[in-house]
Design a protein around this ligand. Structure first.
Ligand SMILES: *Cc1c(COP(=O)(O)O)cnc(C)c1O
Length: 448
């Protein structure tokens, strides 16, 4: 352990970690980044195959975003956002309304994903309170959902690892059994599936719709659940159901927005517009914390009246609408527009698919390779016939992660799922390197 690592462990409590693990696998102290690579203080480099927790889009220390930030820094770093405003926020809001699905016309600002989810839940609840549906007080999510880690967002999540101990503190919510395409209980193929599993949601809403404010969902990929991908038809059915029962469709595009799935927003695959959309992560290309809650006029109008009617949305965060973050977000949108990003990603996504399939063809422990756009995932299983996974106590993913880091690739598996979610600037050689190291590391772990 070097001096920095020792000091780190003396003072820092890292996120999502058992700190005792750091005794034999200390934190890697990064000094700089370039493109999809991170370089540590000892000069070792790591390909960032997880886009630094799914936020980075155009590489580390991207020249265009660096310049945009420097320009903004010379003008204004921050200002109160109540009754004050600034150009980067105005530009960003206008452009977001233009590019998000039709009907989403008003932009509320927050500063991280979880707080966007909190604001979305509060907005939906308050809307129903103010429009004569006071009985609508509950939210629905699907099994294995992940929407963040504050108490409200944990309440609509369904991953025990993060939420179990806090159950006594959480809101009472409903969970509908969601899609499970790899282990589809109906025996359907992804391409021809008609989302029969939607019956669970339908049944729940049929019984409880009078109590339900909204359904929150991660469109097309349940990322934290292990990159579980499901087909767009599920979202089409959800849109219809929500219309039928006056329930808000809340799309949490925090991880899948900004091109991850091959379209700017994942809802576009299904051709549906949600009532509320949460955005964060890639919005600043991974530079600064920022999140948006984009809503319909109908929702906005339910709060718009004389102050004394007390219907305003009195929610704020200190760093709401931070100008630096907004400037980074505007430049991110410029890059999308000017550099033909979505089109170029199609080729990269195909390359990832081809190279992974080549490397893992007939691998004895790969149950499934699934992919959508710039997200690819290998699910490791003990038994390919039955799809039986490994005992979590073996920490298979974590062991493979440790091997791969030593070889220069930052993978951060979710349980037994090894995934590739690289910055969009990866080139063919980077993709080959990423997949080669993943393959070597998996084989080394299994002694193959
Ligand atoms: C990361 C994530 C969040 C939470 O965002 P934070 O900025 O980490 O609070 C919420 N929903 C989804 C789908 C996410 O991937």
């Amino acid at each position: 352990m070097n001096e920095l690592q020792k000091k780190d462990l003396q003072y820092i409590w890292h996120p999502c970690s058992q700190m005792k693990d750091y005794e034999d696998f200390p934190p890697i102290v990064i000094e700089r980044g370039k493109g999809p690579y991170l370089i540590d203080v000892e000069g070792n480099s790591y390909l960032d195959a997880v886009s630094s927790w799914w936020v980075n889009l155009f590489g580390h220390s991207n020249e265009r975003i660096n310049q945009a930030l420097k320009r903004q820094l010379e003008k204004l770093e921050h200002v109160i956002f109540a009754n004050f405003s600034h150009e980067p926020a105005i530009e960003l809001a206008e452009r977001i309304v233009q590019i998000t699905p039709p009907g989403l016309n008003k932009v509320f600002f927050a500063d991280n994903g979880s707080s966007a989810v909190e604001a979305a839940l509060k907005l939906s609840f308050q809307y129903h309170q103010q429009t004569g549906n006071a009985k609508k007080t509950k939210f629905v999510a699907i099994t294995d959902a992940y929407h963040g880690e504050t108490l409200g967002s944990l309440s609509v999540g369904d991953i025990d690892l993060y939420s179990k101990i806090y159950k006594p503190l959480l809101l009472q919510t409903y969970k509908a059994k969601g899609p499970d395409c790899y282990r589809c209980p109906y025996g359907n193929e992804r391409d021809t599936c008609s989302a029969e599993c939607f019956e669970h949601m339908e049944k729940l809403a049929g019984k409880k719709h009078e109590e339900i404010c909204g359904v929150i969902i991660e469109p097309l990929i349940q990322c934290a659940a292990g990159m579980k991908i499901y087909p767009p038809v599920y979202l089409k059915k959800l849109r219809k159901l929500c219309d039928k029962y006056d329930i808000h469709f809340i799309a949490d595009e925090i991880a899948v927005g900004f091109g991850r799935t091959g379209k700017m927003f994942a809802c576009e695959h299904a051709g549906v517009s949600p009532d509320i959309m949460c955005l964060s992560k890639g919005i600043t290309a991974g530079y600064l914390p920022l999140s948006l809650v984009v809503v319909t006029d109908e929702i906005y109008d339910a709060f718009y009246c004389e102050y004394t009617e007390l219907k305003a949305f009195l929610h704020s965060h200190s760093y709401t609408g931070n100008p630096l973050a907004c400037a980074a977000a505007c430049e991110t949108l410029n890059i999308f527009e000017e550099e033909n990003v979505l089109e170029k990603n199609k080729e990269k996504s195909k390359l990832i698919s081809d190279i992974v399939r080549d490397a893992f063809d007939d691998h004895p422990y790969v149950g499934e390779f699934r992919q959508l756009g710039m997200v690819g995932a290998l699910e490791l299983v003990e038994d390919k016939e039955t799809g039986k996974g490994f005992d979590w106590k073996k920490r298979v993913g974590y062991q493979i992660y440790k091997i791969a880091v030593k070889k220069g690739v930052l993978l951060r598996p979710l349980g037994n799922v090894i995934y590739f979610m690289p910055p969009y600037v990866v080139e063919e050689k980077d993709i080959r390197f990423m997949v080669k190291i993943a393959c070597q590391s998996i084989n080394e772990y299994f002694g193959l």
